[in-house]
Design a protein around this ligand. Structure first.
Ligand code: ATP
Ligand code: MG
Length: 633
């Protein structure tokens, strides 16, 4: 079946399509109804069916591929590699599940997991799934305040943490952060389970509350914990969005719909099947980590590689070395990571045997054309842009090489994934935008399997945040998009990233693209800054590429950026100032914090900086503002 036919089937006959896809997973009890949409915009998939994520990810593979590698924890931080076969993983997950049960954790109870990107974190998640507990993974880089907020929202019975995370050789002790968060929280868990890798020395342990996992694991090593079969629509986990635009939302996922969507995506989008290897460079704390480091590849019977470390250490060839070693077929990363590699010598991409590698998927933020071009040429592989959200759990827009590989069009993530009825509509009229006309990307409900069921504990927020923007109850992505004559969709940025220059509405993303097309620019952030005359003016913060040989003149490059934008987008889009900086402020997930940049540029308080990755980047911006722009005035 060709892509068009496949997608059309999923939209015109959703029940038939998803009934067929549901066969890819194991059901303890088959679904009674494929779709219940009697209470829009809420919907239930595979009603009455009983299944379990852990069973599908682990137990189901024991007979056929028990000795095949399931998880590889590759850490260049600790200099260790941990390989687990499906059989070994099964044993570890049973032990962990048994320990959780001994602490009184059962079906529907929440467990917060605050750990670095390690195999242990995956084991903790799978153990929760096994006994029907709801995990809520909090990214290990978050400070105690973020952790406390999430604890109070999820109200867990147990918190699982590691002794420490480690980044660029620097050990960050987690236990003191946990203690601080628990002291702040209104609803602290009864127990803290500490998985100790021995990185942080002696740990402060509160008797009665805190337990070391190591000795408990020994005691429960031979435990056999039966899988708890869950109705398809029971919650499997809570995961908070990145918080780029405001207070994070607790995305709640189901069980059966998620498993079916992931199984479908593994073969049709990522073209990976049982026995092959998949390498996602994301972190367990993000949605990609959930879907494509843990559940997706394992449900497919593939080997999943978890990498803890920097993309450039011990050298910028490390990811390709891993690809060679494990025969990785499909790799998943982010534009930010590629931009880091782009600053290095391209010869690092040629040092290893990548004959098994077929695709590199990139997601999480706009993939600008120069970056896409650079990586596809340097790697000589198919590079596919993926557009999705924490809310959707799996791609919304993508190419689908497992079905039919349509030609890559730079700057576009391609076409709707199956089940997604994607529309681009005029923000004022709600009518479909024409070819080449900019509009808001919306999804015609019911949302496909795998997408969020609701916002945890807050059905009203689910409806208000996503379904109340238009007269019809459409799911709004809050992103701008445009479709070309061949049906390729382009993402133009977030709906709140629009600036108004003398009555002209400009997307900051378009200006960023234009600035980045200058060969000297590594990365650019564009924001709208208040202006007495024009309302707002575009202002650029850019990092430059180290040009080999000569030291490029920053002022000259900055002036050329202004000209590039004026040439490409017209004089009205010409930025009023360009600041050259060494780093841009980003969230931990690599998204530009335009909100804070704008506040600083308008001499306001930068607001909530709890998701900021590198504090130096902010200082760098402050210095640049104090020093004055490299171009413009
Ligand atoms: P919050 O919703 O809390 O503000 P967030 O939107 O940053 O946080 P995520 O769910 O991690 O949280 O990010 C999804 C968003 O990332 C998308 O809505 C879109 O703006 C952006 N994005 C993701 N992938 C792409 C892509 N391939 N191209 C362009 N933008 C993308
Ligand atoms: Mg969002």
């Amino acid at each position: 079946m060709r892509y068009d036919e496949f997608h059309r089937w999923s939209i015109e006959d959703p029940e038939g399509f998803w009934a067929e896809q549901a066969k890819a997973i194991h059901w303890h009890k088959p679904p009674q109804h494929i779709l219940d949409y009697s209470n829009p915009p809420f919907r239930k998939w595979f009603v009455g069916g009983e299944t379990n994520l852990c069973h599908n990810a682990v137990d189901r593979h024991l007979d056929e591929r028990g000795d095949q590698l399931a998880l590889v924890g590759y850490s260049t931080e600790t200099g260790s590699v941990r390989e687990l076969s499906f059989r070994e993983l099964h044993r570890e997950v049973n032990a962990f599940a048994s320990v959780l049960q001994s602490l009184g954790v059962g079906q529907g109870d929440r467990v917060v997991v605050y750990m670095p990107h390690t195999v242990d974190a995956a084991i903790a998640m799978l153990a929760c799934a096994r006994i029907g507990a709801i995990h809520s993974v909090v990214f290990g880089g978050f400070a105690s305040l973020n952790l406390a907020l999430r604890i109070d929202d999820a109200q867990p019975k147990v918190l699982v943490c590691a002794d420490a995370g480690i980044r660029g050789g620097k050990v960050i002790a987690f236990k003191p952060l946990v203690d601080e968060a628990l002291a702040r929280a209104q609803h602290p868990p009864a127990h803290v389970l500490v998985v100790n890798r021995g990185l942080a020395g002696e740990l402060p342990m509160q008797p009665g509350r805190d337990l070391a996992y190591g000795p408990l694991r020994e005691a429960h090593a031979d435990a056999q914990v039966p899988v708890v079969w869950l109705e398809s629509n029971e919650p499997s986990y809570i995961l908070y969005t990145s918080g780029t635009t405001g207070k994070p939302k607790g995305v709640q996922r189901d069980v059966g719909g998620y498993a079916v969507a992931l199984a479908l995506s593994m073969w049709s989008i990522y073209d990976v099947r049982a026995g092959q290897a998949f390498f996602s460079t994301s972190d367990i704390g993000w949605v990609v980590g959930h879907s494509y480091n843990v559940y997706g590849p394992l449900i497919a019977g593939a080997t999943s590689i978890l990498y803890e470390g920097l993309p450039t250490a011990p050298d910028p060839g490390i990811w390709w070395k891993i690809c060679e070693q494990y025969g990785v077929r499909t790799m998943f990363s982010s534009p930010t990571a590629v931009r880091v590699l782009k600053k290095q010598d391209a010869s690092w991409l040629k040092k290893h045997d990548l004959s098994k590698l077929q695709y590199l998927f990139l997601a999480g933020e706009p993939l600008d054309e120069p970056t896409a071009q650079w990586i596809s040429e340097s790697l000589g592989k198919t590079v596919i842009d993926n557009y999705w959200q924490t809310e959707t759990g799996w791609p919304v827009l993508t190419l689908m090489p497992g079905v039919e590989l349509k030609p890559v069009r730079l700057g576009s993530p391609g076409f709707p994934a199956p089940g997604y009825d994607v529309r681009v509509i005029d923000e004022n009229t709600g009518e479909d935008a024409g070819v080449g006309e900019k509009g808001v990307l919306v999804l015609q409900p019911p949302l496909p399997p795998g997408c969020l069921s609701t916002v945890w504990n807050n059905d009203e927020r689910f409806v208000a945040s996503y379904f109340s923007h238009f007269r019809e109850p459409l799911y709004s992505s809050l992103d701008w998009a445009i479709r070309d004559g061949d049906g390729y969709t382009f993402i133009l940025g977030r709906t709140d990233d629009v600036i108004n220059v003398a009555g002209h509405r400009l997307g900051t993303r378009e200006i960023e693209e234009s600035v980045s097309s200058h060969p000297g620019v590594a990365e650019a952030a564009v924001i709208g800054v208040q202006d007495a005359v024009k309302g707002q003016v575009p202002v650029v913060f850019a990092t430059l590429k180290p040009l080999p040989g000569a030291d490029a003149d920053e002022r000259e490059t900055a002036a050329q950026m202004l000209q590039t934008v004026a040439d490409q987008l017209g004089a009205v889009a010409r930025p009023s100032r360009v600041y050259v900086v060494n780093a841009l402020p980003k969230t931990r997930s690599g998204k530009l914090l335009r909100r804070s940049l704008q506040a600083l540029a308008e001499a306001r308080d930068p607001g909530d900086l709890s998701t900021l990755d590198d504090p130096n980047a902010l200082e760098e911006v402050k210095r640049a503002l104090a020093r004055g722009p490299e171009a413009g005035s």
